[in-house]
Write a protein that binds this ligand. Structure first.
Ligand SMILES: NC(=O)c1ccc[n+]([C@@H]2O[C@H](COP(=O)([O-])OP(=O)(O)OC[C@H]3O[C@@H](n4cnc5c(N)ncnc54)[C@H](O)[C@@H]3O)[C@@H](O)[C@H]2O)c1
Length: 303
């Protein structure tokens, strides 16, 4: 019972990774708000049934849970989600910002609507729920924020400019949440999951590389992600903050962060001509290859 009596909000908890996190946290004694608006993979429609089902599963197993059906994508929604935790269980200890959609399109075809829908759900949604919970966590001097990023942003992926921008933005908000809340014993970390869920089922598989990537992901259960989230939410993880963890089957990884990997100086300063002359023999050797997540993580996962 690593999370006994902790009050947890898991957004997008009706399906996939969020559902597994909600179920495992409840098994560890957490009181769980199961948030999900029950829409399609692309963010259309809504239904209360998916969230209700997960609440039912938790209760059947002897746990405590409450459903919330708001979208994370507005400030009012974020406030109502956190209020559900306060009204039902009296406090808010852990937020897992997991809700997500995909609207993949090449950069030369992506519409404003496709851009906004993905940025609003992932990036604004992470802000909206965190912003609503942070004052309570600050006041009680304890809290955990766990945000979902993606190697589509950390490494890159074709046709996901909106999603990659949101997911790298989430790394930014996570770092600053960790810094802003450090003195209040509140941690904030990212998980970059790999799991076969309906969201991954929407990734276009036109090229051989895309097909190969999706075939590997199909072997990965979302259940692998839940122990890492539950650990980060626990008292045992009090020293862990501002980090990005990858979870791919039975493999857990710690990601590096954006830091200079090579520096060049010139006593007379740089001109365009001097840069053109010296770049190939200096910084160019250290450039990070332009590749997709599937190309980088090209080995078979341990499942
Ligand atoms: N599955 C993967 O391999 C993978 C990889 C990288 C990142 N992620 C991230 O993990 C998270 C979970 O994804 P998943 O694969 O389990 O997808 P999923 O589609 O199975 O689950 C996402 C859930 O979020 C809900 N949701 C969507 N928009 C919402 C909103 N505005 N408000 C409330 N609920 C909303 C959906 O109804 C759905 O139940 C996402 O943030 C996703 O970007 C997943």
């Amino acid at each position: 019972m690593m999370l006994k009596d902790k009050v947890v909000v898991v957004t997008g908890a009706a399906r996939g990774i969020g559902r597994e996190i909600a179920l495992l946290m409840a098994r560890h004694g957490a009181l769980v708000v199961v948030n999900d608006y029950g829409g399609s993979e692309g963010g259309q429609g809504s239904s209360v049934a998916p969230a209700d089902e997960v609440v039912g599963e938790i209760k059947t197993a002897g746990g405590r849970a409450m459903a919330n059906y708001d979208s994370v994508a507005t400030m009012a929604g974020g406030q109502r989600i956190v209020k559900t935790a306060i009204d039902a269980f009296g406090r808010i200890d852990v937020v897992v910002n997991n809700a997500g959609i995909l609207r993949d399109r090449m950069i030369f075809n992506m519409s404003e609507e496709e851009w906004d829908a993905v940025i609003d759900t992932h990036l604004k949604g992470t802000f909206a729920v965190t912003r609503a919970a942070a004052p309570y966590m600050k006041e009680q001097r304890w809290g955990r924020v766990i945000n979902m990023t993606s190697t589509s942003g950390l490494v890159g992926n074709v046709g996901q400019a909106n999603y990659a921008a949101a997911k790298l933005g989430i790394v930014g908000i996570t770092k600053v949440t960790a810094l802003d809340m450090a003195r209040y014993n509140v941690t904030a970390n990212c998980i970059s999951p790999f799991a076969w869920t309906r969201m991954i089922g929407t990734i276009p598989t036109e090229t051989d590389a895309q097909k190969a990537r999706v075939e590997k992901i199909k072997k990965l259960s979302p259940a692998h992600i839940a122990p890492v989230a539950a650990f980060l939410a626990s008292d045992a993880a009090k020293e862990i903050t501002g980090q990005v963890f990858g979870v791919r089957g039975k493999e857990i990884m710690l990601f590096g962060h954006m830091r200079p990997i090579m520096r060049v100086h010139h006593a007379e300063g740089w001109t365009v001509e001097r840069l053109a002359e010296m770049f190939p023999g200096t910084l160019q050797h250290h450039m990070v290859p332009l590749e997709t997540s599937g190309q980088y993580f090209n080995y078979d996962p341990l499942v």
